[in-house]
Structures are given as structure tokens and as C-alpha cells.
Design a protein around this ligand. Structure first.
Ligand code: C5P
Length: 322
């Protein structure tokens, strides 16, 4: 399922999903240093878990896997930003204890930190009774990171601007069967700004963006069929990441020996994913890759499926699975 929030004895438990970039084209750098992108994001079934418990006083505390976390953490920053909004609207917004259990590898292009931040906005909006709309949370999310707004929609979406301008696509094909992917996440933390900078160095100035026109020329309703075939799409950041971390290209080559419909990097890496023909094939390929890669390379292998989008109820500011 997509971002899921359930009531527990202590408060709320949120499950924050990972994402894959099925397509990612990148423009030359803007005046503010960011790059305009044109990307298709897909939420997938690999989750972090975040627990929220109201606490006495007004302190926001965050523990990650049992360890007290620095205030730089995106979850903490999301909580502070939402509390400011709530208090500006006259809500009390008392203390809360947050504990984060990570399963999505960090620095892998799978969007774990951004998804955690989005789940925090939605959960605390409910706990504090702020009644913020999705648009309110999207605006806060965009201040936290370019990928945060996507996770307030989930499912499949086209994301433009620096990533924060989200057009959901899942309404077009919600009834479709899920797609199955194998994700290989090497123990390499890729610094996103360095990958964008490496791409700028690799490219002549003012290069024309052929990939953007590829997406522009496709009717949105046909994107599903193309996604299912792994066709047309690409990721401009791949060549830059492979230049910085040649071992990623070796893993991609290894994956291309298997019968995946397509093999691609997600975001700025380091995770790679292969599209499988079926759930059975995904299980078989993940088992095989795990057995082969597990011994000498530090690579984690996950089998995941695509997730439907969230249904949003502005009345109570809550997100539910479609
Ligand atoms: O928005 P976020 O904080 O996730 O971005 C991290 C870094 O990635 C930015 O500081 C920037 O260097 C790079 N970035 C970019 N263009 C984007 C998204 C991110 O250059 N569209």
C-alpha cells in the first residue's frame, strides 16, 4: 500500500514508502543552482516505519533505531515546520515523541528521507488537529526537499520544476495490475549535489533536452503501457553517477545479464532497479541475485511492487489508500 497511517495505543504508526524514478531528464542548472527536471516517479512497497506519540510539555523528540537523532533530520524539520503552521493558526501543537525505523537504504535515490518527512507532515497534521490541506502540506514539503511533495500523492506521478510540481498520473490507470521490480542497493551513499554537478561537467552548455520532448509527446494514458514494457524512458543522472562510482555500472551490467525488461538507476543513485515480467519472475531474480551478489559485494536486494496513489480527505487532513 501507499503511505499508510494507522492508530496505535500510543498514537499513530506511519509507513512511508520508497520511490523509483521510472524516467528522469535533467535541464542545465538554473540561476538558483537547482536543475529543472521532468520525471516519472513511482511509489513502491519498501517502507520506513515512523511512530508518533503525544508527550507532555512541548518538546519534539526524535529517535532513530534507538538513537537520539540530530535536529538536521528531515523528519524533525518537518515536525517543526508543521508546528509553526499549526501555531500560526491558533492550535496548541504539544510535545511529541517520534521514533523512526529505517528500512529504505539511505543515500540510494529511493527517497526514504523525503517520504519520512511527508509521512510526518500528514501524521502530525492529524495528531495536532491542524486541518491543513494537501496543498498546505505540499508547500511545506517543497521547502524541506524537492522530492517531498511527490510522497503526498504517492502512486505514479510526473514531477517537474526541481521535482516539487506534481501531476498525479495514477487516476488514469488505477485499476491496472501492479508492476514488479527488483531493487539492488549497493552500500554506497551517493551525494546528490555531486551527481548533478558531474552531469553539468559532462555536458556542453545549453544542450537540447531530447528526453523532455519524449515525455511531452506521449499521451499520459500511454505511459502505463510504456512503463510496463520498460520502454523509451531513461535517467540523465546515470552517466554522471557511473563516472563518479564505476562500481555502479558494473552492477548495472550484471543486472543486464538477467531477463529484466529494463535496468535503470533511480534518482541520483546508488540504487538500481530491474523491471520484471511478473511477481514470480521478480521472486526468482531477487533470490538469484541475492545468492550471487551477497557474498562479495555489499549490495542489498529487494523485491517490490508499484503502489496505487493516496486518496486525500481535506475535511480531516488525512490520507488513505485508494
Ligand atoms: O531539494 P533537495 O534538498 O533534495 O536537493 C538536494 C540537492 O540536489 C540540491 O542542493 C541540488 O544540489 C541538487 N538538486 C538539483 N536539482 C534538483 C534537485 C536537487 O540540482 N531538481
Amino acid at each position: 500500500m501507499g503511505m499508510e497511517i494507522e492508530t496505535t495505543e500510543e498514537g499513530l504508526l506511519a509507513r512511508a514508502p520508497a520511490k523509483l524514478n521510472l524516467h528522469l531528464s535533467v535541464s542545465p542548472p538554473r540561476a538558483d543552482g537547482y536543475h529543472d527536471i521532468d520525471s516519472i516517479f513511482q511509489a513502491v512497497s519498501l517502507y520506513d516505519e515512523i511512530r508518533f506519540a503525544p508527550a507532555a510539555g512541548d518538546e519534539i523528540s526524535l529517535v532513530e533505531d534507538g538513537i537520539a537523532e540530530a535536529e538536521r533530520n528531515l523528519v524533525y524539520r518537518a515536525a517543526v515546520l508543521l508546528r509553526d503552521l499549526g501555531r500560526a493558526r491558533g492550535k496548541e501543537c504539544g510535545g511529541v515523541r517520534i521514533s523512526l525505523c529505517k528500512h529504505i537504504p539511505f543515500g540510494s535515490g529511493l527517497g526514504g528521507g523525503s517520504s519520512d518527512a511527508a509521512a510526518t507532515l500528514v501524521s502530525l497534521n492529524r495528531i495536532w488537529g491542524i486541518g491543513a490541506t494537501r496543498d498546505d502540506l505540499v508547500a511545506l514539503g517543497a521547502r524541506l526537499g524537492s522530492d517531498v511533495p511527490f510522497f503526498l500523492f504517492g502512486g505514479t506521478a510526473r514531477c517537474r520544476g526541481r521535482g516539487e510540481l506534481v501531476t498525479p498520473l495514477h487516476d488514469l490507470f488505477d485499476a491496472a495490475e501492479p508492476l514488479h521490480y527488483a531493487i539492488l542497493a549497493p552500500a554506497i551513499h551517493v551525494p546528490t549535489p555531486q551527481v548533478y554537478a558531474a552531469l553539468d561537467r559532462l555536458r556542453p552548455r545549453g544542450i537540447a533536452l531530447t528526453q523532455t520532448s519524449v515525455i511531452d509527446s506521449i499521451a499520459p494514458v500511454d505511459l502505463l503501457e510504456l512503463s510496463a514494457k520498460g520502454a523509451v524512458f531513461s535517467n540523465d543522472l546515470e552517466m554522471a553517477a557511473y563516472r563518479l562510482f564505476p562500481e555502479l555500472e558494473e552492477i548495472a551490467s550484471r543486472m543486464r545479464q538477467e531477463p529484466f525488461l529494463s535496468v535503470r538507476m533511480t534518482g541520483s543513485g546508488s540504487a538500481l532497479f530491474g523491471l520484471c515480467r511478473s511477481a514470480q519472475e521478480a521472486a526468482r531474480l531477487t533470490d538469484r541475485l541475492r545468492a550471487q551478489l551477497g557474498e562479495n559485494v555489499r549490495v542489498r536486494v529487494f523485491g517490490v511492487q508499484s503502489l496505487p496513489g493516496l486518496r486525500w480527505t481535506d475535511r480531516d487532513g488525512s490520507a488513505r489508500r485508494r
